[in-house]
Design a protein around this ligand. Structure first.
Ligand SMILES: Cc1cc2nc3c(=O)[nH]c(=O)nc-3n(C[C@H](O)[C@H](O)[C@H](O)COP(=O)(O)OP(=O)(O)OC[C@H]3O[C@@H](n4cnc5c(N)ncnc54)[C@H](O)[C@@H]3O)c2cc1C
Length: 463
């Protein structure tokens, strides 16, 4: 039986980062991955495919040029699913290559097969040909991620009724689509389809969505989507989904019906723990298959078994999963850890992008902090003019008492990149003066920071 210092189950962002960190500490490491190739949900069905699809859609549709050439401007008139999948294939191939090389360079062993616990230290790995192998780990990391939640009353068919893992292999581009679930994934796909001129209806059982986003930014976002013809059906759950002829007919709890060519179900994901044999190592999960961990060390209740990434729930991002993996591996092998930064950014790769770091205006108010806001419109920057941006905004929030930056919220082109300037200033406890006193490259969209900071500064008391 092969023995390792560290066995990682799952090769997504958190498993990968943990494995490489442990290998760098001189430990023997095995990564067991159920898929044919390494990379996890992030590389094969989630982050990378959806962002590649978005980039392809924006390029082929001429989206970024429409500010200049008008709403009817298109780079390619007829866009098919083959146009979308071509770029996807190349990107994924490259990503997997980089990962495999990373594992090789760092001496991390990989094994294809599904792992399940035999006891607290041993795992049975079932390979694709059905054979079983026993491996033993001094420490074990569960980084198995999630699978889409698929309710029993919906007949997923790989063709017209898809979940968020299947949409990347979508057989054809529909003319109309219903997206169930207005979470990050649902909203991203809904807006990508809308940029491709697909008629989109979003159904969300709750009256509100993306509640962690600053209200002013979200209002502007929703306004832009409605202006593009996206329909929102909020406040009523889906009660039935049926295929009738070439249409998918969706009925909602308020007695309304939506008929579209395709339905994409994006209402939640479950921890991929069902077949892990967690009982055998003394662990259990919550109702969504998620594991509970110590938030500082990522240890489960069984101290040598760690869990990171989406399987432990919020915030379920590739970016944060990687950091969790690194921390878990460092803790497992006794490396001291600096305290985690107070704020990390969120990126929603919708069309248009949203990105945010720090507190929203609602949160600042709830904490009864005296604050002032500054707003910049991207069209106020020279770079924005050059790019033909007629939409997009940045909102900054400052404490009146300390002058410190409390939050940055961006909507529009480049938001997910621009946010990192705000993140740095926020985590380094910078104030409004940083933005007023420093020189920014010109022309850039980052100039919006100066404009928004000046806007707030103009309204802040002088002493
Ligand atoms: C559509 C979509 C878009 C997203 N976009 C973004 C984004 O833009 N930015 C961002 O930061 N995050 C994004 N995410 C979230 C991101 O993909 C996840 O946070 C991240 O993949 C979680 O990483 P993980 O380490 O938990 O493992 P995962 O990536 O979930 O991978 C887990 C791996 O474990 C394997 N596995 C499961 N069970 C076993 C077993 N028993 N034995 C062996 N192997 C097993 C699985 O096959 C899988 O490969 C997106 C997710 C989705 C679905």
């Amino acid at each position: 039986m092969a023995q390792y210092d560290f066995i990682v189950i799952g090769s997504g962002p958190s498993g990968r980062r943990a494995a490489i960190q442990a290998a760098k500490l001189g430990k023997s490491v095995l990564v067991v991955e159920g898929r044919k190739r390494v990379g996890g949900v992030s590389v094969h069905t989630g982050t990378i495919p959806s962002k590649t699809l978005r980039e392809t859609a924006l390029n082929l549709s001429g989206w970024r040029e429409r500010g200049f050439y008008g709403r009817s401007y298109r780079v390619k008139k007829e866009i098919g699913s083959e146009d979308l999948s071509m770029r996807l294939g190349k990107t994924l191939e490259h990503e997997v290559d980089v990962l495999e090389h990373q594992f090789l360079r760092n001496g991390v062993h990989t094994m294809e097969g599904f792992a399940r616990f035999q006891d607290e230290h041993r795992l049975i790995v079932t390979s694709p040909d059905g054979s079983e192998l026993l491996v033993e780990g001094e420490r074990i990391l569960i980084a198995v991620g999630t699978v889409p939640f698929r309710p029993d009353n919906i007949d997923f068919d790989d063709e017209c009724i898809l979940d968020s893992d299947e949409v990347v292999d979508m057989p054809r581009l529909p003319r109309s689509i219903t997206v169930v679930g207005a979470g990050v994934i649902g909203i991203e796909y809904a807006t990508i389809f809308s940029a491709l001129d697909v008629q989109v209806t979003i159904i969300e059982p709750r009256e509100t969505f993306l509640d962690f986003i600053d209200r002013e930014i979200l209002d502007e976002f929703v306004h832009q989507l409605r202006d593009r013809g996206v329909t929102f059906r909020l406040g009523a759950p889906v009660v039935s989904v049926e295929k009738v002829g070439s249409k998918v007919v969706t009925k909602t709890g308020d007695g309304r019906t939506v008929r579209t060519d395709m339905l994409l179900y994006c209402a939640g994901r479950m921890g991929a723990t069902e077949h892990l044999g967690l009982d055998a190592c003394g662990l259990g999960t919550d109702g969504r298959g998620r594991l509970k961990v110590d938030p500082d060390t990522f240890q489960t209740e069984v101290p040598h078994v760690y869990a990171t990434g989406d399987v432990i729930g919020f915030p379920s991002l590739a970016s944060t999963s990687m950091e969790q993996g690194r921390i878990a591996a460092c803790h497992a092998f006794g490396l001291p850890l600096p305290p985690a930064p107070a704020y990390f950014p969120y990126g929603i790769y919708a069309v248009p992008e949203i990105s945010t770091v720090g507190m929203s205006e609602q949160e600042v108010r709830d904490k009864k902090i005296n604050y002032e806001c500054g707003i910049a419109r991207m069209r106020e920057t020279s770079r924005g003019h050059i790019m033909g941006l007629d939409q997009g905004m940045m909102k900054m929030i400052f404490s009146i008492k300390t002058r410190r930056l409390l939050g940055v919220h961006i909507l529009g082109e480049g938001a997910t990149e621009l946010i990192h300037i705000g993140q740095a200033v926020l985590n380094l406890k910078g104030t409004v003066d940083y933005f007023i006193e420093n020189t920014f490259n010109y022309p850039t969209l980052a100039e919006a920071y100066k404009i928004a900071a000046l806007d707030a500064w103009n309204r802040m008391p002088r002493d």
